[in-house]
Design a binder for this molecule. Structure first.
Ligand SMILES: [Fe+2]
Length: 475
């Protein structure tokens, strides 16, 4: 296999050689550049697995280099080397698209974890590309089908398995799909999935019954077959398949049938579990990544709140008002998730607004207000490099639009404004009106409701405003 190549950019030769040595020890090839200009020239001799770069360098700074790299290849991960942990540098680098940070003293383990993550993310992207390519999928199925006798029947069920699996999002959905598909494959079977309890080495009964002792064979990855001799199962055959992820038992699929499972059915179930395990690894990794990013963003939101004590808790309150509104509207779970994140982070772009403007109590000049008005775009730019945040990005970008088109940044009008942005806008204004500021007390709820009433159709979506008043503000 070809060795992956890593590019290291730092004007300090000592740091260049320390990091190169560490990374070469881990089995990668290293190339080094002493500034951004050098690095840009080297990019042509890629592909690189990732780039480590310093920020303060002569000729071309690290931020400029990040911008240049992202313009050529958005997907190339960039890890910033910082001498000391600086929030400003971190936020700047993130805005430009850096994916991680490393600071002195460099630890081999830390670099190893970082590179493993980069590699897995790359594989994940490729894997997802492969899965989304239906042609590839059909080829895969055709190959499998070629090895099996009854082509028609197999084609239908294997295709069904694959399609079901690739359309799954979360682990819970996936377990549901495993049960569904098994039931389809085996008529009249009783199918249950037992997650494993690592603490007690037992299987957890999904129906809330007591824990079931784990067969030692199952732990080793063997299929357990019981032919009706079990106590309560006098006339049924029980087959238990382990679901293995990376060599570890993740749970067990328990199947009760009235006749013994044949080899062909067993092999279909095995195929199902194999594909599911593959997918679960990806989902777990993906969800993990997503959570990592969320926690980074949430700490940014906290930092923002800390800068301005008068608005601290604002994001939290806007989030709970928005969620109350989302529930009143009967939004589905996916939309509620998006709403939650977008509302929590709606003002994240204010990290890019200087203190002397952000913290000014009153009387902004036109120029200063123009700077404040950039925060929805800055926020959207921060989230843009994160693909699973695409919806949230647009919602945050438009949370200051007005229904009559006189808002910012895009001047969108009416239903052109994303639905969830219109919800956040109500929650945001209501909270701004009702909370205390250093220079004034908050309005009463009644007064704020009057204000919303007055601005129905101009600032706010009139239908949503009605619902907000009756089901959120006054309830
Ligand atoms: Fe805002």
């Amino acid at each position: 296999m070809m060795q992956d190549k890593v590019l290291i950019v730092d004007d300090d030769p000592g740091i260049r050689s320390t990091i190169s040595e560490l990374i070469e020890e881990l089995g990668y090839l290293c190339e080094t550049a002493s500034d951004g200009l050098d690095a840009v020239e080297l990019l042509d001799s890629g592909p690189y697995l990732c780039v480590f770069t310093d920020i303060m360098m002569p000729n071309m700074s690290g931020l400029e280099l990040i911008r240049k790299i992202k313009a050529r290849d958005v997907s190339l991960p960039i890890i910033v080397i910082t001498g000391y942990a600086s929030l400003e540098i971190a936020i700047d680098a993130m805005k430009y698209g850096a994916s991680d940070f490393i600071s002195k003293p460099f630890k081999v383990k830390q670099i190893e974890l970082m590179l493993n993550k980069v590699k897995r993310e790359k594989d994940l992207v490729e894997e997802n590309k492969r899965f989304s390519d239906t042609l590839q999928l059909h080829r895969l199925i055709d190959n499998l089908v070629g090895q099996i006798e009854d082509k028609n029947e197999e084609l239908i069920s294997l295709q069904a398995i694959s399609e079901k699996i690739i359309s799954m999002k979360g682990i819970r959905d996936l377990v549901g799909a495993i049960i569904d598909v098994s039931k389809q494959l085996l008529d009249e079977a009783d199918v249950r999935f037992f997650p494993i309890s690592r603490k007690h080495n037992t299987l957890i009964d999904p129906d809330g019954g007591k824990e079931i002792l784990l067969e030692p064979g199952l732990l080793k990855g063997n299929i357990i077959r019981k032919n009706g001799s079990g106590k309560a199962l006098t006339d049924k055959f029980e087959t238990i398949f382990p679901l293995m992820i990376e060599g570890q038992v993740f749970g067990a699929l328990d199947i009760l049938t009235s006749s013994i499972l044949g080899d062909d059915k067993e092999s279909k179930i095995l195929y199902l579990l194999d594909r599911s395990a593959e997918r679960m690894e990806n989902v777990a990794l993906y969800e993990g990544l997503y959570e990592n990013m969320l926690s980074t963003l949430n700490s940014m939101a906290k930092i923002l709140d800390a800068r301005d004590p008068h608005t601290s808790q604002h994001s939290t309150r806007v989030t709970s008002l928005s969620m109350a509104m989302g529930k009143a509207l009967g939004l589905d779970e996916d939309d509620l998730d998006v709403l939650y994140i977008a509302a929590s982070l709606h003002d994240i772009g204010k990290v890019g607004i200087p203190d002397h403007i952000l913290l000014k109590p009153d009387g902004l000049t036109n120029e200063e207000f123009a700077v404040i008005k950039k925060h929805p775009d800055i926020g959207a730019d921060i989230l843009k490099p994160i693909p699973p945040m695409a919806k949230e990005t647009e919602i945050i970008r438009h949370h200051h639009e007005r229904y009559d088109g006189r808002g910012y940044p895009a001047g969108l009008k009416g239903k052109e404004i994303p639905y969830l942005s219109r919800i956040i806008s109500l929650a945001d204004s209501f909270d701004a009106m009702t909370s205390d500021r250093p220079y004034r007390d908050g309005m009463s709820i009644e007064k704020a409701v009057e204000e919303i009433e007055r601005c129905k159709g101009s600032q706010f979506d009139p239908e949503l405003a009605e619902i907000f008043i009756h089901h959120v503000a006054l309830s």
